[in-house]
Design a protein around this ligand. Structure first.
Ligand SMILES: CC(C)(COP(=O)(O)OP(=O)(O)OC[C@H]1O[C@@H](n2cnc3c(N)ncnc32)[C@H](O)[C@@H]1OP(=O)(O)O)[C@@H](O)C(=O)NCCC(=O)NCCS
Length: 174
């Protein structure tokens, strides 16, 4: 039987989180860019060992790793107390990342990560959790809608010479 295991990630997982972050991001969005350089610059900056280390040192940030039959295949991250003007509420947190390697999609690994995050968000007594998702990322948007997120607005994100429309989605946590 195939086994999914989710574990809370910490400093000991630093290199694995950086590597999975880098690979899953490039795998998901890499082909949308006009210049390979912009993909490389983005992952070099955002998934460097020092960038992930500073998230791990942030007391408002929580990471999880997903294992499938023993392989590390995905990760997720939330950050508490991150506000945006489009989301009203006093205790608001952000789902910063939920990524599963493409080879392992649609095996309920994302759902297992989300379930454990939701427990944490409730424990933190957040009113709402929100996220930003590329407006053409149909698979992720369907996943979020299946899990009670709804769209409240959008914004433009510029990376290198490309510009992307991002949807902001939110979910009540009571
Ligand atoms: C989005 C993502 C994290 C989802 O993870 P996943 O492991 O592929 O998804 P799961 O198998 O857990 O869930 C997907 C399936 O379960 C269904 N599902 C999800 N939540 C559900 C729920 N609460 N109740 C019932 N069904 C549900 C979905 O409809 C979907 O069904 P389908 O495969 O028949 O279409 C994953 O596809 C991914 O990593 N994508 C690339 C990275 C990315 O885009 N991340 C988000 C950036 S904002």
């Amino acid at each position: 039987m195939n086994a999914i295991e989710i574990k809370h990630a910490d400093h000991q997982d630093l290199e694995l989180l950086a590597l999975l972050g880098r690979v899953t991001w490039a795998e998901t969005f890499g082909t949308l860019f006009q210049r390979e350089k912009d993909v490389k610059d983005y992952v070099d900056t955002n998934f460097s060992i020092s960038a992930i280390k500073s998230y791990l040192e942030n007391p408002n940030t929580y990471f999880w790793l997903a294992y499938y039959n023993g392989f590390p295949v995905g990760y997720a991250k939330i950050e508490n107390h991150v506000k945006t003007e489009l989301v009203q509420g006093t205790k608001v947190c952000k789902l910063r990342n939920i990524y599963v390697l493409k080879d392992f999609h649609s095996k309920k690994i994302g759902l297992a990560l989300w379930s454990i995050m939701l427990e944490k968000v409730k424990e933190l007594q957040c009113d709402k959790i929100w996220l930003a998702v590329l407006h053409t990322n149909d698979k992720a948007i369907k996943f979020y809608k299946d899990n009670e997120f709804y769209t409240v607005g959008d914004f433009n994100l510029n990376i290198g010479i490309d510009s992307f429309i991002m949807n902001i989605m939110v979910r009540e946590c009571h």
